[in-house]
Design a protein around this ligand. Structure first.
Ligand code: FPP
Ligand code: MG
Ligand code: MG
Length: 382
């Protein structure tokens, strides 16, 4: 139909960048120890969704068109932008010392030679966010006793808990090297905070409510606690990496705050939808176990909303659905409640806030891409 509106694909330009991402990540993860090399690269074999790198790349492009600070030193005294190509090259002293190091990072990290509105440092940031995310998945699958991830056996099943945990630590080590090489203390501080936040969120999740009680009652704090946990475990990485992308592009403080607000709201929506899918989608479609949260004793948004109207759930929450029949009973109560609808509605509110946050950005394909990401998060089934 020649009269149909021209469909521009906001992901087209990012897709070109993404081609290099997996290759570069695999280079960042090379080890002279063949087993470690294999375990560390295991989750790079299966196609992830690349949500976080995609957001960093789109945010980098979208903010390249916004006002810039000129040669202004940041609060940390960094000259921006950092253009020195050395930032991408590993300088492990072991390589020169004659000591046979296992841990050198390959130097020929490849990037598109084409003109691009994404800085090398921003591309590297995209890789770092995926490394941190993958490290958290390696640890998460051990903690959750998970058996599958991305439609394949999870790393803990394939290699055992010890190697899965150590590989996660190795990824964090390599992410830290790459981060330090960006030579931007503000960005380093942001991403280091993310790693701490991930652990804090996971610790909050060990308890369903702020106070440890066998029969907790529903209060307004119930949802606040859940949302804070959700921010720490999921939205912190997305919000702070969007913020870091804007900082590396020497955006103005207003743009940096907008990027951060977009990531925070999208990240909260992303996890709310994740917690909804755990109730509504089959494990086969998800590529990972479904209905896992109740089995793990976790009370997420759909159940918390159901609990508000079915106060008898408190006892089950308190004992983490551990008694015979608890999981089935809780599932039934959630199914007969408006918990899933309310979860979706709350996710939609956050997505609307995310779009609102970047409404002042000049129109561009990348901005459309950031808006489209919000739609994708709401529509996703895996
Ligand atoms: C997936 O959640 C897991 C996370 C979002 C973060 C997990 C964080 C840790 C294990 C702390 C350690 C962190 C690092 C950086 C090593 P989920 O279990 O709800 O989702 P799933 O269904 O995909 O497993
Ligand atoms: Mg899990
Ligand atoms: Mg988990």
């Amino acid at each position: 139909d020649p009269n149909a509106p021209i469909q521009i694909d906001p992901f087209r330009t990012v897709a070109r960048e993404l081609k290099f991402l997996t290759k570069n990540i695999r280079q960042l993860l090379g080890s002279g120890h063949p087993t470690l090399d294999t375990v560390a690269k295991y989750y790079t074999q299966s196609e992830g969704k690349y949500v976080r790198p995609m957001l960093v790349l789109l945010m980098s492009q979208a903010t390249s068109l916004t006002p810039k600070i000129t040669r202004e030193k940041s609060t940390f005294g960094v000259d921006r932008p950092i253009t020195d190509p050395e930032i991408l090259v590993d300088q492990n002293p072991d390589a020169k010392s004659g000591f046979q190091s296992l841990t050198s990072i390959s130097h020929d990290t490849a990037y598109s030679a084409e003109e691009s509105d994404v800085l090398p440092s921003q591309r590297r940031l995209a890789e770092i966010t995926e490394l941190i995310h993958t490290a958290s998945l390696l640890h998460d699958d051990v903690i959750d006793h998970s058996i599958s991830r991305r439609s394949a056996p999870s790393a803990n099943i394939e290699f055992g808990n010890k190697m899965a945990v150590l590989a996660g630590d190795f990824l964090l080590g390599r992410a830290s090297v790459a981060l330090a090489r960006l030579r931007d203390p503000e960005v380093t501080e942001l991403l280091a905070t993310v790693i701490a936040n991930l652990v804090e969120g996971e610790f909050m999740q060990l308890k369903n409510t702020a106070r440890d009680e066998s029969n907790p009652s529903w209060t307004e704090d119930t949802l606040t606690y859940y949302l804070q946990k959700t921010y720490l475990k999921s939205a912190s990485l997305i919000s702070k990496s969007c913020r870091a992308a804007a900082i590396l592009g020497q955006s103005t403080p207003e743009v940096v705050e907008a990027a951060y607000a977009y990531g925070k709201n999208l990240g909260l929506a992303f996890q709310l939808v994740d917690d909804m899918l755990d109730y509504t989608i089959s494990g086969e479609e998800l590529g990972k176990p479904a209905g896992a949260d109740l089995e793990l004793g976790l009370a997420t948004a759909p159940l918390l909303f159901a609990w508000k109207d079915n106060r008898s759930l408190g006892k089950l929450v308190g004992r983490k659905f551990a008694n015979e029949g608890d999981v089935q009973q809780a599932r039934q109560i959630v199914a007969n409640s408006t918990g899933l609808e309310q979860t979706r509605a709350l996710a939609q509110e956050y997505v609307d806030k995310a779009i609102q946050a970047i409404s002042g950005f000049p129109d561009s394909e990348a901005k459309n891409g950031l808006i489209e990401m919000c739609t994708k998060v709401m529509k996703r089934r895996k």
